[in-house]
Design a protein around this ligand. Structure first.
Ligand code: HEC
Length: 187
């Protein structure tokens, strides 16, 4: 059963999102998508660049291409905890028994994230707009909250742009396929 699942999962390769097509030089971003990408990847860092001074989203530290995950467990500021034993859901800490892992969750890949609401381990956010509001706020205090989770100072245009960029990770050819849906029958 495990091998069959693993083999099936290896067939699920998404590489035709707008993000991928732009990477291959086959498409170009709208103005909003380009702005969102600049926030996601901290282009504001480059003092000579076209986005100098743009607020940084810090997203790619954790959501790192190509899969948009760093494959680590992080505290992205979802729950306040006065000390490391005070998390409602210990997350990774329940597995490792290490207090510093409490409140940490696996960084999810973001490919097709526009299609996979609701968000976070407990589905607390229904829209990507709510997710972006969360990150813009800097999240809630805990000793092990990542330093990359801090108030971002995005304005409404910048928040909408970040959402527009996240939608470029949607690969509809992957989700809907080329033809009608295949029906699998259990025998
Ligand atoms: C410190 C690492 C870190 C940073 C920085 C970070 N994230 Fe996340 N992100 C996470 C983790 C961990 C989760 C999953 C938390 C959970 O499961 O409760 C997550 C979840 C998400 C989700 C929900 C995915 C899903 O399928 O539920 C989205 C969307 C997202 N992040 C977008 C962003 C954006 C946009 C930024 C930048 C503004 C960002 N993240 C910055 C670690 C990070």
């Amino acid at each position: 059963m495990g091998r069959a699942l693993a083999q099936y999962q290896r067939t699920l390769v998404s590489r035709n999102s707008k993000y991928d097509r732009v990477q291959r030089g086959e498409a170009s971003y709208t103005e909003a998508e380009a702005l969102g990408r600049a926030i996601f990847f901290d282009f504001g860092d480059d003092p000579q660049g076209p986005y100098a001074g743009l607020p940084k989203g810090e997203c790619a530290h954790c959501h790192t291409p190509p899969h948009f995950t760093n494959q680590r467990y992080e505290n992205n500021g979802l729950d306040e905890a006065t000390d490391l034993t005070a998390f409602r859901d210990p997350g990774r800490g329940a597995i490792t028994g290490q207090p510093y892992d409490n409140g940490r969750f696996r960084t999810p890949a973001l490919r097709n994230v526009g299609l996979t609401a609701p968000y976070m381990h407990d589905g607390r956010f229904v829209t990507l707009e709510q997710v972006v509001e969360h990150y813009d706020s800097g999240g809630k205090y805990a000793e092990n909250r990542s330093a990359n989770i801090r108030p971002l100072g995005l304005d409404d245009t910048q928040k909408a742009a970040l959402v527009a960029f996240l939608h470029t990770l949607t690969d509809s050819s992957f989700v809907y396929g080329a033809g009608p849906p295949v029906r699998y029958e259990l025998k």
